[in-house]
Write a protein that binds this ligand. Structure first.
Ligand SMILES: [Fe+2]
Ligand SMILES: [Fe+2]
Length: 312
């Protein structure tokens, strides 16, 4: 570090040289706010994302599937906790973040506002939703903010297990009876477009992308990530013998990528604004769990206080 450098100069140097910004470093207020918003939204998504899958734990078709699904849903809780901890290093309290989620001031990923109607949805979520999450998150391991980047390394490893277990459920269904294969196709039909929506609006309509890329919080744009996801997933669908529900999907040899149809942006914005099929239930369930768990938080705090007193 140069002697006599201002905080601003030091920050710019860290960004330019691809070094990590740490909690004790000076950072612009906009950088801090952007990170708090993004990390909190990410943490909330992990926590709310436990619900659509948790819905199937009691109905998993075998003991093995049940054990895997429980482990996966617990991983998502863990992801939420690492991320709340990363957000706390930016000077915001966890209770405050949870309050913003409950009041609807903070968003979470719209994908979790869709219902899980059949067991095949658990396969489709692992394959597509966790698959899209990895595509988004691998670049975040190189994010300029140290605590977020480090949390993402472990999260990505676990997400890759999630993606594979989902694909394996789909593969088992596709090799099963015609009815099972039809179930898998139906789940793909319902989850494909919402999965593409996970990458957010087009780059030209995305308000935060440019600044986030300049700060190296985000390393790849929404449209480029979406393209990566499509290119990765189409051969997997072919391997399963399933049809992606997009008549415009076609390999483009000149671009070296798949072309694909336009997302229904009206649906996207409707769900973002809280009018998804399950939006109200997801939030109501979360608030209820928070209230019913108050005694656990109080007991844990009392226990910690007792030990501090004994130690003193
Ligand atoms: Fe996760
Ligand atoms: Fe996951």
């Amino acid at each position: 570090m140069g002697i006599g450098m201002t905080g601003q100069e030091r920050f710019e140097q860290l960004i330019a040289s691809d070094e990590k910004v740490e909690p004790t470093d000076w950072m612009p207020e906009g950088y801090r706010k952007t990170l708090i918003r993004q990390i909190a939204q990410h943490a909330h998504s992990e926590i709310i994302g436990m619900q659509p899958e948790g819905n199937w734990i009691t109905r998993a078709p075998t003991l093995r599937r049940k054990a895997i699904l429980m482990a996966k849903v617990q991983d998502e809780a863990g992801h939420g906790l690492y991320l709340y901890s990363a957000a706390e290093t930016l000077g915001v309290g966890r209770d405050e973040l949870v309050e913003h989620l409950h009041s609807g001031r903070h968003k979470y990923s719209s994908i979790f506002n869709y219902p899980t109607l059949t067991w095949a949805d658990i396969g489709a979520i692992g394959w597509l939703v966790d698959g899209a999450a990895i595509t988004n998150q691998v670049m975040l391991t190189r994010c300029s903010y140290g605590p977020y980047a480090r949390a993402m390394v472990r999260i990505c490893r676990e997400e890759s297990f999630h993606q594979r277990q989902g694909f394996e459920i789909m593969l088992t269904l596709c090799r099963g009876t015609p009815e099972q294969k039809q179930m898998a196709q139906d789940a793909l039909n319902r989850w494909w477009w919402p999965a593409l929506m996970m990458f957010g609006p087009h780059d030209t309509d995305s308000t935060h992308t440019q600044q986030s890329m300049a700060w190296k919080i985000k390393r790849v744009s929404n449209d480029d990530l979406r393209q990566q996801f499509v290119d990765m997933t189409v051969p997997q669908a072919e391997y399963l013998g399933l049809t992606i529900p997009d008549p415009e999907l076609k390999w483009n040899p000149e671009r070296g990528h798949y072309d694909f149809g336009e997302i229904d942006w009206d649906e996207f914005w409707r769900v973002v604004k809280g009018f998804g099929p399950e939006s109200r239930d997801r939030l109501a369930h979360k608030v209820r769990a928070w209230e019913e768990g108050a005694w656990v938080r109080e007991a844990a705090a009392a226990y910690a206080a007792k030990h501090r007193k004994e130690a003193a």
